[in-house]
Design a protein around this ligand. Structure first.
Ligand SMILES: *[C@@H]1O[C@H](CO)[C@@H](O)[C@H](O)[C@H]1NC(C)=O
Ligand SMILES: *[C@@H]1O[C@H](CO)[C@@H](O)[C@H](O)[C@H]1NC(C)=O
Ligand SMILES: *[C@@H]1O[C@H](CO)[C@@H](O)[C@H](O)[C@H]1NC(C)=O
Ligand SMILES: *[C@@H]1O[C@H](CO)[C@@H](O)[C@H](O)[C@H]1NC(C)=O
Ligand SMILES: CC(=O)N[C@H]1CO[C@H](CO)[C@@H](O)[C@@H]1O
Length: 489
């Protein structure tokens, strides 16, 4: 098992003040940039509840009867919220712009920096396999795992530009500057009004990391349709563990039967929407296909049930994904389309009769190869024998560190207005621990008496204590309509 104390110490070591003087920037004047991440401390409890305590859980059980979980795709915190000026956000708007070298082996050479860029649609999908993420974080595709765990090798997030150049410049003929702008750029406040509104009105997590760095499978498999692909066992580690319950590989075990039985008690229903040959995430596993297919319904049922007050306990919403005209924000999907989807979901819950009993959780599955200035910390290993090997790069990943930082929100009349949440509390060690998708599972477990799925979930901070005792009555009735915007040329 990972020694979590060492893990956190090494993380702190990577995030203390780093002064990066840049003389050779191609765009922006991000010279003399100072990257200072705030200390990653446990946020004070806004209502005085201790996370996971009987009092806090009982309050949450009293207030929250329905959870709506929307998982957008493949964007980093800095990419989406980089230009949003609100106190407390650990982003370029507050901390200053930061840079990456064009060539990681030449750190004193040319650098390009973060700055607002207009890309409603990113056409050149950044690399986000495990090996790509290794390169982006450590400047090498096969970093020394032992050195990472001991703290000798720390993530510096310097390889994003070079990775994007490698992936797209020769292939498409775009300039290196353009490739850099795609991964280093962020949206201006005017371009992400829906996301800024969420920050102003509800609760934003500053340090929410994806469960694993990258995707342990070939992205191409998605294009061939997941249903016919034998899923790598490791896939379950990185994404929403809720899928684990339906995972065929677990079906034989006693523990799995127990978990599935518990979930079925919840009459769980999952909404998805089918686009082209892609099936909704919820149908990735043949267990769902065989036993719970009726629970996967078109997205219009969600709007109907939200407005009519018919929501089930858990709604898991699948946006459309991964190419033009889709709304998950995954490249090439337009950010404005994704924002409109978020607005529609908010409005439906807000206007419906269950608003005062509902918690809307908005997360991204991973950071998708977009730059973020906050290095990803080490994490409790998911299971003693869990590994994934990338044979091309001769790298074996042990599921013992988090992936990129992603934006995440809690939306409910019971969360504090305009609250920025930093670190939570690891329920096993009592130490500061970043939030992750496993925090959703931990919290749902407390809400509905479901066992922890894995050791990672056991060690994940819950967010029950962020649900207050009193309902807010001034939450906006509807959200503003976002606008499409042109791409930078
Ligand atoms: C950068 O600074 C130089 C000199 O101060 C100025 O001439 C130039 O316009 C600036 N560039 C940008 C993009 O702000
Ligand atoms: C791109 O092409 C140039 C010129 O042929 C070559 O030197 C370079 O290695 C190529 N880069 C990549 C990432 O393939
Ligand atoms: C891990 O793998 C070893 C060697 O194959 C095996 O003996 C052990 O039972 C496994 N442990 C778990 C928890 O699966
Ligand atoms: C998405 O945004 C881009 C950039 O503004 C635009 O060119 C494109 O037409 C939009 N729509 C689609 C379907 O990609
Ligand atoms: C974590 C994750 O898997 N995210 C998605 C990022 O994008 C690729 C496709 O490019 C998807 O396969 C992933 O599901």
């Amino acid at each position: 098992m990972v020694n979590t104390t060492a893990a956190f110490l090494s993380f702190f070591a990577t995030t203390t003040a780093v002064v990066d003087t840049v003389s050779n920037t191609l765009f922006g004047n991000a010279s003399d940039v100072v990257t200072v991440s705030p200390p990653h401390a446990i946020s004070p409890a806004p209502f005085g509840y201790k996370a996971g305590s009987a009092e806090s859980v009982s309050n949450m059980k009293d207030k929250i009867k329905h959870v709506v979980w929307l998982l957008l795709e493949n964007r980093s915190f800095d990419n989406i919220l980089g230009g949003v000026h609100r106190p407390g956000l650990d982003n370029p708007a507050n901390m200053g712009d930061t840079c990456n070298p064009v060539d990681v082996s030449d750190p004193t050479g040319q650098k390009l920096c973060t700055r607002p860029r207009d890309f409603d649609s990113i056409i050149h999908d950044p690399g986000h396999s495990i090996a790509s993420n290794c390169f982006q974080f450590y400047g090498q595709s096969s970093p020394d795992n032992a050195a990472i765990q001991s703290g000798e090798l720390v993530a510096t997030n310097q390889g994003f530009i070079e990775k994007q150049i490698q992936a797209h410049v020769n292939k498409t003929g775009i300039t290196a500057e353009r490739a850099a702008a795609e991964v280093m750029g962020y949206y201006s406040e005017e371009e992400v009004p829906t996301m800024a509104k969420l920050v102003d009105e509800f609760l934003t997590f500053n340090y929410w990391f994806s469960c694993i760095p990258g995707v342990p499978h070939k992205p191409q498999s998605r294009l061939r349709g997941f249903r016919n692909i034998r899923r790598p066992r490791q896939k379950r580690q990185g994404l929403q563990y809720i899928r684990v319950a339906f995972h065929e590989h677990l079906r034989g075990s006693e523990r799995a039967r127990h978990i599935v039985a518990q979930l079925r008690r919840l009459e769980q229903r999952v909404w998805g929407y089918q686009l082209g040959n892609l099936s909704p995430d919820a149908l990735f596993y043949s267990w769902t296909e065989k036993h719970a297919k009726k629970n996967v319904v078109p997205i219009e049922n969600f709007f109907q049930d939200a407005y009519l007050g018919l929501l089930p306990q858990l709604s898991y919403l699948n946006p459309s994904c991964c190419h033009e005209n889709t709304n998950s924000m995954h490249p090439n999907g337009n950010v404005s389309y994704g924002q409109l989807f978020v607005k529609q979901i908010y409005d439906a819950i807000r206007q419906g009769p269950l608003w005062d009993q509902t918690l809307f959780v908005l997360t991204y599955d991973e950071s998708g190869g977009f730059y973020d200035h906050v290095p990803s910390p080490l994490a409790v290993r998911t299971g003693i024998n869990d590994t994934y090997t990338d044979h091309t790069h001769h790298y074996t990943f042990h599921f013992d560190r988090y992936g990129g930082r992603t934006p995440t929100w809690l939306v409910s009349p019971y969360v504090p207005k305009a609250h920025i949440e930093n670190y939570g509390t690891n329920p096993v060690t009592g130490n500061a621990e970043p939030y992750s998708a496993t925090s959703v599972l931990k919290t749902l477990g407390l809400l509905w008496d479901i066992d922890d799925f894995t050791e990672r979930v056991e060690n994940s901070p819950s967010f029950d204590h962020l649900i207050g005792p009193k309902m807010r009555t001034d939450a906006p009735e509807i959200f503003p309509v976002p606008k499409p915007f042109p791409n930078d040329v």
